[in-house]
Write a protein that binds this ligand. Sequence first.
Ligand code: IPE
Ligand code: IPE
Ligand code: MG
Length: 246
Amino acid sequence: MSFKEKLIKEKLPKHVAIIMDGNGRWAKKRGKARIFGHKKGVETVHKIVDAADETGIDYLTLYAFSTENWNRPKAEINALMMLLVSTINSEINTLIKNNVRLLTIGNLDDLPKKVNRKMNEIVNKTKNNTGLTLIIALSYSSRWEIINAVKMIASQIEQKNISVKDINNELFNKFLTTAQIPDPELLIRTSGEYRISNFLLWQIAYSELYFTEILWPDFEKEDFYEAVYNFQNRERRFGKISEQIN
Ligand code: IPE
Ligand code: IPE
Ligand code: MG
């Protein structure tokens, strides 16, 4: 039986987030330039968006480019930005056809104007779609997001719109870029790195973490289903004891 067939419909995570890692190493293993791995990685994005959609998951967040990734060699950054634009151009019709709603999180102002424009265009064109919500994290980092939230809350207090005693989890959430998105129940990272790399630190407080050695360009639908299957067989206790859950 495949992992896909083993999935229990009633126990699906609403939101899965993925740190797509290992493109560079995948290319290097083949004696190719890193960008070759990024291109292959786009094919995986296509497959996994499909897989999430087919499974009936509501939200899929993909970490595509971190704030720290701006420190990579200029040539790789430029190639990645070009790849982003060409991917949007080639995928826009599929997204519309599949009823996918695209959202972005991150500091889009950092992106080249052309990429920024393209992203906004596709977000706009898909905003009324009711199927899978696909969230692309671009020029995103969690500390950037949290500092931003703190600044906005401080400014609201300064303007006397809210007071210090109003600050709680719920209010803080509203100032994050993910305000309208439920927390991911499952976070996957590929490529055998066991770290979070500044991704959704607040939102993953109680997420189940799943790490796999598979490099992102080799990650197949069935690997995604395996991760979801693994998730479905965990006991999420949220601080309670087992007897209180069952
Ligand atoms: C992930 O693959 C994609 C991005 C961060 C843009 P990497 O480019 O980090 O690949 P590795 O980790 O060097 O193999
Ligand atoms: C994390 O991958 C960011 C993305 C997948 C976009 P990195 O490859 O940049 O992370 P580190 O540097 O290995 O932690
Ligand atoms: Mg990496």
